[in-house]
Design a binder for this molecule. Structure first.
Ligand code: PXG
Length: 475
């Protein structure tokens, strides 16, 4: 047993003893939840008919619900609990900071130690010359901030016509009006009666189902990247401010672009002086086995959106990393009229610092790259190889997408979404959290997951896909 595993064993036994009994029964919780709580992205009628699962505690990679079920969390909460649950270092950092200074703003020509430490640490950890960081509460606010920075940067450079931002179909950049407009989710756009102006879209680099017959992934990657050049020329380069993309799409189903895609996107952005924004809300802080996913895909952005893994989800925090060449220009623009009450919140900043120390000092990301990532990818692919309901397994490091499809015909199913829901329900019954997004199932466990826990996730994921296959006549 290595030191890290031993620490977890100790923490786990501590939790058993300290467990506080649930204050209400599951039925009571469900009644109150149904009566008063609107869940995000949820059909409330059907959820309330069924009843929510009430999660009461967690440790390592395991959750417990109010019925005492022990559930393995294949999604790290919501792609965010990178260091796993129950880390004392983060809890202590929050407690200490709550005692010392629970809040002070960074508006009134003031600052505080946690936000200073965090900024200096991020400047060290982010590769390239990312000198400055702007803070907010979430990834959505991060992308709102990106839009404000892009506009202000071009104003400061005397080129206010560069107001267009180009994004992609099936991208996810958040749920505020700006975030949802930047995203390419049609289901969200359809419910919005107004959107942010000057946002345009190109196709996504999803090889499965979208590449032409006989096309290699590398050719397809170049083809999709060159849609950016065509869009820039259509709008006029003098009108385009930035391109934004997730290095790999997360909520879109874990779409991993071909190796040719990002270098070509970067070349096009540089050619036309268009800012390149990497939305690292899911990819950042170790998911791919690098600190940031753009390192894995081989490009250097100008702006980086961060959230989720920044604090491992223990407290909310988002940030935008600003390359020195952008920060220098921004500073010339006078007052940047943007900020939220909790920009650089001291408790969030203190937790982020503790979280980054755990990731760095325990070499967790190195382990994802050299050991657990490759192990997870190999085991999942082996388990699902030749499966009649699996079109492809995509992924890198500790993130994967399973394409539910008619494997024999190499095609998506007309009712793929229903099959994915059947798969989700089966994994629920097996006490594995695995998430359907469209007709793909996604997995993204905490980065501290062990080989044995990966084995459990893979075995249960395969059983869930088998159950969905039986249900949809593919077994
Ligand atoms: N960018 C990316 C790439 C994201 O994945 C956001 C921005 C917005 O972050 P906030 O913190 O505002 O949620 C996200 C968030 C899902 C799911 O079901 C994914 C996200 C959020 C909620 C659900 O996969 N990603």
């Amino acid at each position: 047993m290595n030191r890290m595993t031993a620490d977890f064993a100790q923490l786990n036994s501590g939790m058993e003893k300290a467990r506080v009994p649930a204050a209400r029964t599951t039925a009571e919780y469900r009644v109150l939840d149904a009566a008063h709580h609107i869940h995000p992205f949820t059909d409330m009628d059907s959820l309330n008919f069924k009843g929510s699962r009430v999660i009461t505690e967690a440790q390592g990679v395991y959750l417990k619900d109010s019925d005492g079920n022990r559930i393995i969390d294949g999604m790290a909460g919501l792609w965010c609990v990178n260091v796993g649950y129950g880390r004392k270092e983060l809890i202590d950092a929050a407690t200490r900071q709550l005692h010392a200074l629970p809040f002070y703003n960074t508006f009134f020509q003031s600052t505080h130690p946690p936000v200073i430490e965090l900024s200096a640490l991020l400047a060290e950890l982010v590769p390239g010359d990312f000198s400055h960081f702007f803070y907010c509460n979430s990834g959505s606010e991060g992308n709102d901030t990106v839009l404000r920075i892009v506009h202000q940067y071009w104003i400061a450079r005397g080129k206010p016509s560069r107001k267009y931002v180009i994004s992609r179909e099936n991208a996810y950049h958040g749920s505020t009006i700006a975030g949802a407009t930047l995203g390419g989710m049609v289901g969200m756009h359809n419910q919005m009666l107004s959107r942010v102006e000057f946002i345009e879209y190109i196709g996504q680099p999803c090889y499965f189902g979208e590449a032409g017959a006989g096309m290699t992934p590398e050719e397809f990657g170049l083809l999709r990247a060159r849609e950016l050049e065509a869009k820039i020329l259509e709008l006029g380069a003098e009108n385009v401010g930035a391109f934004i993309g997730e290095p790999f799409q997360g909520a879109g189903g874990v779409i991993v672009p071909p190796s040719t895609y990002w270098p070509e996107i970067e070349r096009i952005c540089r050619k036309y002086d268009v800012l390149l924004v990497a939305d690292e809300v899911i990819g950042g802080f170790g998911r791919t086995g690098e600190w940031f996913a753009h390192q894995h895909f081989g490009f250097e952005p100008d702006l980086i959106t961060m959230a989720k893994g920044l604090t491992s989800g223990y407290v909310p925090m988002g940030a935008v990393g600003v390359h020195a060449r952008i920060a220098t220009e921004l500073a010339k623009g006078g007052v940047f009229t943007h900020g939220v009450t909790y920009s650089g919140h001291p408790v969030a900043a203190a937790v982020a610092v503790a979280n980054l120390h755990v990731l760095r000092d325990e070499r967790i990301i190195e382990r994802v790259k050299a050991d657990t990532g490759p192990y997870f990818q190999r085991k999942l692919r082996e388990a699902l190889a030749g499966h009649p309901l699996v079109g492809e397994v995509a992924g890198v490091g500790l993130v994967a997408g399973i394409q539910i499809a008619d494997a024999a015909r190499g095609k998506a199913l007309d009712n793929g979404y229903e099959a994915a829901i059947a798969c989700r329900d089966a994994s629920y019954d097996l006490n594995l959290i695995m998430r359907p997004t469209g007709d793909r199932m996604t997995l993204s466990p905490p980065l501290i997951v062990s080989h044995g826990e990966i084995d459990e996730i893979v075995t249960k994921a395969k059983a869930a896909v088998d159950a969905a296959a039986r249900q949809s006549g593919f077994a």
